[in-house]
Ligand binder design. Structure first.
Ligand code: FBP
Length: 696
């Protein structure tokens, strides 16, 4: 509204305090943008060179050697000082370059710093060099959609989360036609190099592009990105070259902050189990780091579950001098039993609440589900491979898909032929709830990967957990432990003697633990007969209200709150570790380009030992490849790293599992990591997983 004529008051909206309050850039964001990450010493001097590092060796896969003949023998390259490398090197290093950069796959905090690092290094080497950002991922490369990046755009995104500067996509440049399109773009734009910032599949893609564009003189460099933490690199002797992708720490910290808040909340109102599914696709690295950051009462680790052994079955078989194969490996039923056991034990200590962290890919480690995923990948992959139409377009509804599977099983039975889908598969699959069938049959991503984030993993597991808890409740096993003080006060208030009723009511009346109502007492009727049997109640006498109250307190309700931590953490602003790491990866990518490398992934060695020990490297991608199932077929891909059960980080979580479950009276040992900050003072300088693994 305009000011009345003659008014001295500025319109509200123009007042400085109001303007500041409404500014899109919060003070925290402004500080982030101004922040300049530390750089490794080798980048401080100016020019860099590369030295072949002969310490590292690889076992080469025959298929990789066949498909990537010009890259397969590449060695690890260490970034070194380049000031004394002579005139020719100086000219080559500082020549004007055109470099393209593309994000591939899901966002990961720190991506903007990779671009900033690349941009800073390119401009420092030659202010006339140009850096182009391809829009919306690999599609941008194929379609030739790119923007020239300038200082202002870069500065607006320094240390900020997301990939919004140039966006990302999941397209894959995986056919001769698509490769030809990418090559044409690079040629038309006159690119000297392309930097692919992505996960295992995207780095695989980068290596193939490097091979295909070798003759055109376009270098291709990969950068290890993914919140999942499964892009790592080791040589064949197990020497770690890249301990972690960027983005992992920030996502884990974001998830952990939320999980830790739930730990506070549930310990306060003592009524819910918070079921937190955390992203990470197959690998459980994020769940492991969340456990370390929060000490949540229960954290499942998929890789650990796969190794599950039913000790009782194993023992029984051993007594008969036999082996029982069914004792090994996890089934859905067993998984629910393991969780219920933990819930029941906490309840026995009076804690019918808690926080449970479930990795989104946990079901891949459960025997029967793993089999379904592999079989369905093969069926869908084969269908799409031989037809012009796609499986999901031809069978849009669940009932259509089920009918298709049933037909396959029927045909195999009638013709008595082996089939990837048989009647047993069909019967087992039809026992699963419809929402889960739908999840297992959902569209695979462009790389043929099963999309765990689309499956309601926690719903499947918690459905079984709830059912089994009901059974345990019926059996009188699932009960809430009662604090002795509360029991005594409640009875004394009504003038009753606690010692008179205690032995009849509780199975552990003489212990110092929380009091546990006897298993045989599962209703008011059974309570009455137990009291009568012990002589605490005369036949026909009513149960005293105080005793009834105590019994009712011991009867658990199982109330859950589901949470999914994924996209929110992926979009978090990077931790200081990720800011510095990603920026140095950008600088490393430029060093690799300026020194003529191709088919390498920029990496920093010694991440697990802290910044002072960091060593920027180029890791050859081709020797890291092996054959893996994709779209139902074996494909050559860079190997994904799962949680190593021998690693100190996992061993630490395992050793503390009992303590963190806290199935005993007293406060939970819950840890609060706090919000992501841009200061080393109140933040760890690297993921706890790395701190622990660096201490091996
Ligand atoms: P990237 O491997 O591409 O980095 O993506 C990882 C991830 O965040 C997984 O944790 C998750 O399962 C998946 O992406 C979700 O995919 P989408 O973004 O397609 O929903």
């Amino acid at each position: 509204m305009p000011n009345p004529p003659g008014s001295q008051t500025a319109p509200l909206i123009e007042k400085e305090t109001v303007r500041q309050a409404l500014d899109d850039q919060s003070p925290a964001s402004q500080r982030r943008r101004r922040f300049r990450p530390d750089v490794c010493d080798v980048f401080k001097a100016g020019r860099t060179g590369l030295e072949t590092d002969e310490r590292f060796v690889f076992d080469i896969h025959r298929e990789a050697a066949r498909k990537l003949p010009d890259l397969i023998h590449a060695r690890v390259l260490r970034v070194s000082g380049g000031q004394n490398l002579g005139e020719a090197h100086a000219r080559e290093f500082s020549k004007k370059r055109r470099i393209g950069i593309v994000f591939s796959g899901g966002p990961a905090p720190g991506g903007h710093n990779v671009i900033a690092g690349l941009f800073d290094a390119a401009k420092k080497a030659n202010p006339e060099s140009e850096v182009y950002g391809f829009i919306l991922g690999p599609d941008g490369v194929m379609d030739g959609r790119a923007v020239l990046l300038d200082e202002k755009t870069i500065d607006a995104h320094r240390n900020m989360g997301g990939f919004s500067m140039i966006q990302t996509g999941r397209a894959k440049i995986d056919t001769p036609e698509k490769t030809a399109m990418a090559k044409k773009t690079c040629r038309d734009m006159g690119l000297d190099a392309l930097v692919v910032v992505g996960g295992d599949d995207s780095n695989t893609n980068a290596a193939f592009l490097a091979q295909h564009m070798l003759a055109d003189g376009v270098q291709v460099i990969g950068v290890p990105k993914t919140i999942d933490g499964d892009v790592q690199a080791k040589d064949s002797k197990g020497e770690v070259l890249c301990a972690m992708s960027f983005g992992f720490h920030s996502a884990a910290r974001a998830f952990s902050e939320s999980v830790s808040r739930l730990c506070s909340d549930c310990a306060s109102d003592a009524k819910y189990w918070h079921v937190c599914k955390v992203m990470g696709r197959s690998a459980s690295h994020l769940a492991l780091e969340t456990a370390l950051q929060t000490h949540a009462p229960i954290t499942l680790i998929g890789e650990d579950i796969a190794e599950y052994t039913d000790l009782e079955r194993e023992k029984k078989a051993r007594e008969k001098n036999a082996i029982d194969p069914s004792a090994y490996g996890m089934t859905l039923r067993r998984l629910s039993r393991v969780i219920c056991d933990a819930i029941v034990r906490r309840a026995g200590a009076g804690k019918n609440y808690g926080v449970m962290v479930i990795p989104e890919g946990v079901l891949e480690f459960v025997n029967e589900i793993q089999t379904f995923i592999i079989k369905l990948n093969a069926i869908i992959g084969e269908y799409n491979r031989v037809r012009d139409t796609a499986f999901h377009d031809d069978f849009p509804l669940l009932k259509d898909k089920l009918e298709r599977l049933a037909r396959m099983a029927r045909r195999a039975r009638e013709k008595n032929e082996p089939s990837v889908w048989n009647s047993r598969d069909d019967d087992l699959f039809n026992d699963l709830p419809a929402f889960f069938q739908e999840g297992l049959l959902s569209q695979r991503d462009s790389h043929g990967n099963f999309q765990f984030s689309l499956v309601e993993t926690e719903k499947v597991i918690m459905g079984l957990v709830k059912d089994y808890l009901e059974i345990l409740k019926e059996k009188g096993v699932y009960k809430i432990g009662i604090e002795r003080r509360i029991y005594e006060k409640t009875l004394e208030k009504d003038g009753l003697s606690p010692d008179y009723f205690g032995p009849a009511l509780f199975k552990n009346y003489n212990s110092q633990d929380p009091l546990r109502v006897k298993e045989s007492i599962i209703s008011l009727k059974t309570l009455k007969s137990a009291l009568e049997k012990e002589g605490s109640l005369k036949p026909g006498e009513d149960i005293p209200p105080a005793v009834k109250k105590i019994y009712e307190k011991s009867v658990p309700g199982f109330k859950t709150q589901p949470h999914f931590y994924g996209y929110d953490g992926r979009g978090a602003d990077p931790t200081l570790f990720d800011c510095v790491y990603a920026h140095n990866l950008g600088l490393t990518a430029f060093s690799l380009i300026a020194n003529g490398a191709t088919g390498h992934m920029a990496a920093i060695k010694n991440l697990e030992r802290g910044f002072a020990h960091w060593e920027p490297l180029g890791v050859p991608i081709a020797p890291l490849m092996h054959l893996e199932e994709r779209k139902g077929k074996l494909s050559l891909v860079m190997e994904k790293s799962l949680v190593d059960l021998k690693s100190p980080a996992f061993q630490a979580v395992k050793a503390r599992r009992e303590e963190w479950l806290a199935a005993r009276p007293g406060p939970d040992p819950h840890r609060k990591p706090g919000p992501i900050r841009l200061s080393w003072e109140d933040d760890e300088d690297r993921p706890l997983t790395l701190i622990l693994n660096g201490n091996s």
